[in-house]
Design a protein around this ligand. Sequence first.
Ligand SMILES: *[C@@H]1O[C@H](CO)[C@@H](O)[C@H](O)[C@H]1NC(C)=O
Ligand SMILES: *[C@@H]1O[C@H](CO)[C@@H](O)[C@H](O)[C@H]1NC(C)=O
Ligand SMILES: *[C@@H]1O[C@H](CO)[C@@H](O)[C@H](O)[C@H]1NC(C)=O
Ligand SMILES: *[C@@H]1O[C@H](CO)[C@@H](O)[C@H](O)[C@H]1NC(C)=O
Ligand SMILES: *[C@@H]1O[C@H](CO)[C@@H](O)[C@H](O)[C@H]1NC(C)=O
Length: 397
Amino acid sequence: MASVRSLAPLLVLLLLLAPLLAASAEEGENKSSSLGGLFWATGKDESDLLPVVDSDDPSAVESENDEFAGGFSSLDGMLEWAIGHSDPVKLKEKANDIQKLSAEELKKRQLEIKELMERLKMPSDAELMQTAISDLNNSSISLEDRQRALNELLILVEPIDNANDLDKLGGLVAVIQELHHSDPEIRTTSAWILGKAGQNNALVQNQILAYGALTKLMKMVNSSFTEEAIKALYAISSLIRNNKVGQKLFYSEDGNIMLQDIMTNSSMDIHLQKKAVFLVADLADFQLGNADNAELSYLGDRLFLKAVIDLTSVPDLDLQEKALMAVRSLLQLTSTKALDFKDFCSLDEVLERMREHLVKLMSQEEHAEYARDLESLRREVYIIFHKKVEQVTWVPT
Ligand SMILES: *[C@@H]1O[C@H](CO)[C@@H](O)[C@H](O)[C@H]1NC(C)=O
Ligand SMILES: *[C@@H]1O[C@H](CO)[C@@H](O)[C@H](O)[C@H]1NC(C)=O
Ligand SMILES: *[C@@H]1O[C@H](CO)[C@@H](O)[C@H](O)[C@H]1NC(C)=O
Ligand SMILES: *[C@@H]1O[C@H](CO)[C@@H](O)[C@H](O)[C@H]1NC(C)=O
Ligand SMILES: *[C@@H]1O[C@H](CO)[C@@H](O)[C@H](O)[C@H]1NC(C)=O
């Protein structure tokens, strides 16, 4: 809050006025309508009370039963700061001036302080979002300010209530527009915001999908700016997760091919590959949970399966694990064929090589635990795979 600095002298004045105003309020008819009401709104524990006023001035420190008790605790940091930044000589002069004020002058001060308090009031999240959105909507703001507005929204959309309000405030349209900005970092943060806002939130997912943002996000995955590609894929995953409409759109835009390209390209960024294979597992799990929804059976192509299985042989253990989890889910789909895994993808050989590699790793202390976990997942995949193969009717020759 940049304005606090300029308010410091006023704050100090407020501090000094407090006891005087308390006295005047006691004489008035309705104490709660006095300045005091602004102070003791927080109802803090008495143990939290901190006498923040200069101890040289005995009248300034309020007792626990006093109306002011507790009020300062919500403002104490600010007031302490204000005192620390004030000239003690001037402070004393001000204090003396205040002693001389007439009742009428005092009342005027009271109003001024009320106004000050209004200005000090922290804006609500909705107001902060509104400000950021109007900044985005203002074509003459600097790139830096645009980035700042987006960074603010990124934090603000985290609580689900804020995410739900975003569209009403014009925020989704504003952020989606930023996906087309010429600056890659602006586009990156915008994709990130959409991903965060839509995370586990069907309402916002559907709003973003209805604005047609998925197509643009899928293009962004091709970006040569790696962070943009990563955040775009993050947003896509977030938007189509457990969302049938989103997944249908994704497949209609060849999302499975996109994933396959990422998985098979060995010069692709490893984070992007991890995100892609994680999304594969998620999409397969959704199909499993929806009785193998035939409309969504785009994952059975054998080239696609091979792309996933080949990632179980990469050096990175984390990527291996994610790929293995995806294979486990894909094996359970009725739309995938046992013989594609067996013959086209050589899953038996792949799993055996992996076993041998893991045995070696288990003998190295720094990898032992992880290798054991991975081996138990590998064995699980092996069992599921062989059950699937056994279900195929063999015609003896
Ligand atoms: C006194 O304050 C209370 C609480 O804010 C309010 O309900 C009431 O109307 C006020 N009374 C007068 C006389 O202003
Ligand atoms: C747009 O931004 C410029 C530059 O920061 C500012 O001067 C102007 O007041 C803003 N316009 C609106 C409508 O907020
Ligand atoms: C953005 O600005 C236009 C006018 O330039 C206005 O019509 C629109 O309501 C504004 N949107 C938001 C969300 O502020
Ligand atoms: C991404 O790039 C690849 C290879 O250049 C291309 O085949 C594909 O159509 C592009 N995808 C999108 C969504 O633009
Ligand atoms: C593989 O990825 C790299 C780095 O992202 C990219 O430059 C290249 O075009 C990709 N190759 C293909 C065949 O898509």
